[in-house]
Design a protein around this ligand. Structure first.
Ligand code: TRP
Length: 330
């Protein structure tokens, strides 16, 4: 029997997941988990690169785990866990810091963006964030990393650092590939459709949270920013409408061209209403399952503990190889 390829991905635990993270990431993870050996990690160590309220961090950590399961990731088949439960992440991250150049980190677009937004707290963790991400991935001899387009640069850095390490110490790390899904990889803000949908957006109408009620979802789509020509067509000049088409296509499983045809004579009002309804309908069963999981926190914590145990066993193998190769006394 050949070994299944390994997938690793991480998700921030700083709030309720958005429609963007569901369509751009989690729904693809669910598909991949049928074919690959997967680890999905709630990255709470990454979360503290921005100041967090302790109560909220803990609450949203659990929320996120419950959402991942509700959205279809099966903890019996995939390894689901909190990053802070497996200390190997922090250990390998330190080691890899010593193999990453400041010149490389200076080029990271996400660091530039986050430090511009957060001038009063540009901390060293924010700077070396991509190194911790590389550690996440490399600990598990990952083959493929499903991420959004905005993470491509971090995966490139991970490959460079792994290659550099391997060149010095031999074949320690598998070099991972980024896997960026073709459709729905990037769901944009409903209010500013040239920017990614983000839970940190100040405008609450910009973003659909998976916990939003049907009324809220429909209202937010009604208010979505589009253009003034009233023609439902996917095009670079029409980022708002293109975004809504992408969302509708993801919700219904139809091709973009089919969706365009359906709404050719509809006008924006009816189109927006249909997108809102499709989204609300689609997320309702996930919301019910999420509520069920949240009603039993002990069971949720037990799932996380089992996940961490499996992850740690696998991470430890790589970490001891690394330590031995570097020359630490063993
Ligand atoms: N940086 C990723 C994001 O913001 C989250 C993440 C952390 C991640 N570690 C990872 C993604 C490892 C893939 C692999 O989306």
């Amino acid at each position: 029997m050949t070994q299944r390829k390994r997938i690793f991905s991480g998700i921030q635990s700083t709030g309720i997941p958005t429609l963007g993270s569901f369509l751009g990431a989690i729904s693809n993870w669910e598909k991949l988990s049928a074919e690959y050996d997967c680890l999905f990690c709630v990255v709470d160590l990454h979360a503290i690169t921005v100041r967090q309220d302790p109560k909220e961090l803990r609450k949203y950590g659990r929320e996120m785990l419950a959402w991942l399961i509700a959205l279809g990731l099966d903890p019996e088949k995939s390894i689901l866990y909190y990053q802070s439960h497996v200390s190997a992440h922090a250990e390998l991250s330190w080691i890899l810091n010593c193999f990453t150049y400041m010149g490389e980190l200076n080029r990271m677009a996400q660091f530039k963006m986050k430090s511009a937004k957060n001038e009063e707290n540009i901390n060293a963790g924010l700077y070396s964030y991509p190194v911790l991400q590389a550690a996440d991935i490399l600990l598990y001899q990952t083959n493929m990393v499903p991420v959004g387009e905005d993470q491509r640069q971090h995966i490139e850095l991970c490959r460079d650092v792994a290659g550099r390490f391997n060149k010095i110490y031999g074949d320690i790390f598998t070099i991972p590939d980024a896997y960026i899904p073709p459709v729905g990889a990037k769901i944009m803000s409903l209010q500013n459709p040239t920017e990614k949908m983000s839970k940190s957006d100040d405008n609450l109408n910009a973003c659909i949270y998976l916990s939003d009620s049907t009324d809220t979802v429909i209202k937010k789509f009604k208010r979505a920013v589009t253009d003034s020509d009233n023609f439902v067509k996917f095009s670079e000049e029409k980022p708002g409408i293109s975004n809504l088409l992408t969302i509708y296509a993801c919700m219904t499983g139809k091709k973009i061209a089919e969706c365009e045809a359906t709404f050719a004579d509809a006008g924006y009002g009816a189109f927006k209403q249909a997108v809102g309804e499709a989204v609300a309908q689609n997320i309702a069963p996930y919301q019910a399952e999420h509520a069920r999981l949240m009603s039993d926190p002990a069971e949720l914590d037990a799932i996380a503990a089992r996940g961490a145990e499996k992850a740690a066993a696998s991470a430890e193998k790589t970490l001891s190889k690394v330590k031995e190769s570097i020359g630490f006394v063993i």
